[in-house]
Design a binder for this molecule. Structure first.
Ligand SMILES: Nc1ncnc2c1ncn2[C@@H]1O[C@H](COP(=O)(O)OP(=O)(O)OP(=O)(O)O)[C@@H](O)[C@H]1O
Ligand SMILES: [Mg+2]
Length: 642
């Protein structure tokens, strides 16, 4: 209900002088008057305080508000109106109006920095709209300060995107000219300012987001591209350019179907793929790539709007995995010690094998250096920068060896990893696969292995797809494979496939001349590691080592040197510093001056080791540097029961 002006003046006077309030007054004005009195605002002051203001801080608000203020002013131009912008505290930032109105307004303090908060000047549209956080119109005598009572003001707070008040827009004019619609105009202008500022904020965020995404995606190893529902390429990263040898900017706007031939990639629809291995041909060259692909549908409000495709060349994924898992041959021929003519000949054979791409079979007792040779051959070959993958055929349960070697597809068996898994053949692609203890492989597995060697392709367990593999095989065994063939436990055809370049490593007892050299080599390596000086090696130390028979070959020698050095406190090494089994034999031989048969020495070593470790075969075998299976074999051979 609109109250006549005179009536309100009466109410105002009664409140100011007699502190009486009438119910006819609007609740907003009534409460504001009460607050104004509580804040001890002087209703008869000439004008409110003028405070210093850092106008630059509000430049962005001013820039966004000015065009709308001018728009508002053009409507009320020439009728004595003022359009005013204040900050969030009610301080005046900018005002637009007719020159004479501006002059008049200056007299009541409508100047830059003027404080129009309710606390300073009492009830007024600017200050009260801030307190109430809503659009407000204050008509003439509703103003608490008498000096403003010839004006009617309409103000609305301006909010940021988070809902905080950042300013106030106000239109003031001679009270008799004001229409209730003036407030509506102010509210619309404020909405427009808020909307534009939010749009701008979003645009800024979008630009930042875009820069961020560009920087990250261009530095990623994956090739990434985004398509809409029709397969039009919206965005592609730098990596894709490298992969396909194309300009990514030239890709945008093209259709994905123009780029790839593979149906899984180009097919439309919200398809989800993860770690999918695909062979894709790229148009126009039709060059083939073996890639790992992820395809992720993009949704907006549950509606599919496009897809993101990420791909990475398989060999790069493998390289990375191999790098992480250390699938790299570290040993070279320089690391292999030995000058015995028999041994030199073996090194020459191995170097020759490295120059070819034929399969290699390394034979020899346990601990003779078969794995070292395999690594050195790989390292010397053209495949040196590709993976070297070793698998111990005797160390993996028989039923698991297949999936380890050939991989498997999703759901091939219970417990199979989702998405399947690549086998060692695929992982070794381009490189070397070292099949250790090949003599332990089941006949069934031998058939599969033979097929892969012949066809140069694998099929994952449970799968149908043929995957070409380029792998060089180096196999090793301490068994006499020929005998195994005769016994029927090793396939003859596989034997001949592997026996292309056989290398038989001599046991250490057949190249004892190399012992001093190897001893010095191991002592040198170890004393450096233990930070000890190189010790003085006494002749009886070497003599004892030379008399020992070394059933565990070089691995055993290495273990014995290690054990001796670990417990040695003085920088001198004599025969008595050696472990019991070696020293005992040596001193015993000296006393008896008798010649002990090779086999007896072996037997004695086994017995001593069992004795030393109270029958614990694992520890005893480790102590001698031989595998548990060899240890058991020796026990059976010598009829040892413990
Ligand atoms: N000629 C050598 N020079 C230096 N170290 C050697 C030599 N031969 C073997 N070794 C060392 O002896 C240990 C056994 O070698 P490797 O593992 O190659 O033997 P292996 O024949 O594969 O044995 P196994 O049949 O028991 O697996 C390794 O620690 C290796 O460093
Ligand atoms: Mg080995």
């Amino acid at each position: 209900m609109k109250i006549r002006r005179e009536g309100v003046k009466e109410l105002w006077k009664r409140f100011i002088f007699e502190n009486e309030l009438d119910d006819e007054l609007s609740p907003i004005v009534k409460e504001s008057w009460i607050r104004s009195k509580k804040w001890k605002v002087n209703p008869f002051q000439a004008f409110g305080p003028i405070k210093k203001i850092e106008i630059e801080r509000y430049q962005s608000l001013i820039d966004w508000a000015m065009p709308l203020m001018e728009g508002l002013y053009s409507i009320v131009k020439g009728s004595g109106f003022l359009v005013i912008l204040c900050n969030e505290k009610g301080q005046l930032l900018k005002s637009i109006g007719d020159p004479d109105t501006l002059l008049m307004a200056e007299q009541i303090g409508f100047v830059e920095g003027a404080d129009w908060s309710e606390q300073s000047v009492g009830t007024n549209a600017i200050g009260t709209s801030i307190v109430m956080d809503q659009p407000i119109q204050i008509v003439a005598e509703e103003h608490y300060s008498e000096i403003c009572q010839s004006w009617t003001c309409s103000a609305a707070p301006i909010h940021d995107s988070k809902g905080n008040i950042i300013g106030v827009l106000n239109v003031s004019g001679p009270y008799e000219k004001v229409h209730p619609h003036t407030l509506g105009m102010v509210v619309s202008a404020v909405k427009a300012i808020e909307y534009q500022m939010a749009l701008n904020e979003n645009a800024e965020k979008n630009i930042m987001m875009q820069r961020f995404l560009e920087a990250t995606t261009n530095n990623m190893k994956e090739s990434i591209l985004i398509t809409d529902t029709e397969g039009n390429i919206i965005k592609a990263n730098e990596q894709l350019k490298k992969l396909l040898n194309l300009d990514p900017s030239g890709l945008e706007g093209k259709k994905i179907q123009e780029l790839f031939t593979n149906q899984t990639i180009v097919s439309n629809g919200p398809i989800y793929l993860q770690n999918e291995e695909l062979h894709v041909a790229v148009r126009p060259s039709r060059k083939n790539y073996h890639v790992m692909v992820d395809k992720i549908p993009i949704y907006k409000d549950k509606q599919w709007i496009g897809s993101m495709i990420m791909m990475k060349e398989i060999h790069k994924v493998r390289q990375f995995v191999n790098h992480l898992s250390g699938n790299q041959a570290k040993i070279t021929f320089d690391d292999i010690i030995g000058q015995h003519p028999l041994f030199i000949q073996k090194i020459q054979e191995a170097k020759l094998a490295a120059k070819t791409d034929s399969n290699v079979l390394i034979l020899g007792e346990s601990g003779t250096g078969k794995e070292m040779f395999a690594q050195a051959i790989h390292h010397e070959s053209d495949r040196r920068n590709k993976p070297f993958i070793a698998i111990n055929c005797g160390g993996i349960p028989r039923d698991l060896l297949g999936s380890e070697l050939f991989g498997y597809v999703d759901g091939a068996f219970t417990g199979a990893k989702k998405g399947g898994s690549a086998g060692k053949f695929e992982l070794a692609d381009g490189g070397t696969l070292f099949l250790d203890e090949i003599g332990e492989m089941s006949l069934e597995m031998q058939v599969l292995l033979l097929r892969v060697i012949q066809e140069k392709e694998v099929m994952r367990i449970g799968g149908h797809k043929v995957i070409p593999v380029d792998v060089r095989i180096i196999a090793a065994t301490n068994k006499n494979l020929r005998e195994e063939v005769q016994k029927g436990s090793f396939r003859e055809d596989l034997f001949f496939r592997l026996h292309v370049m056989p290398i038989t490593l001599p046991p250490l007892r057949e190249r004892k001349e190399d012992i001093p050299l190897l001893v010095r080599h191991f002592i040198d390596k170890l004393s450096k590691k233990l930070n000890k000086p190189f010790p003085d090696i006494r002749p009886d130390f070497l003599q004892a080592l030379l008399q020992y028979d070394w059933p565990g070959n070089i691995r055993e020698l290495q273990n014995i040197i290690e054990r001796t050095l670990n417990r040695q406190t003085k920088p001198v090494l004599s025969a008595k510093d050696l472990p019991e089994e070696v020293f005992h034999l040596f001193s015993g031989q000296k006393e008896e001056k008798s010649f002990m048969h090779k086999e007896d020495i072996k037997k004695q070593a086994i017995l001593q080791a069992l004795c030393l470790f109270h029958g614990n075969v694992t520890k005893a075998a480790k102590h001698l540097g031989i595998s548990r299976s060899t240890f058991y074999r020796q026990m059976r051979k010598f009829h040892i029961t413990y």
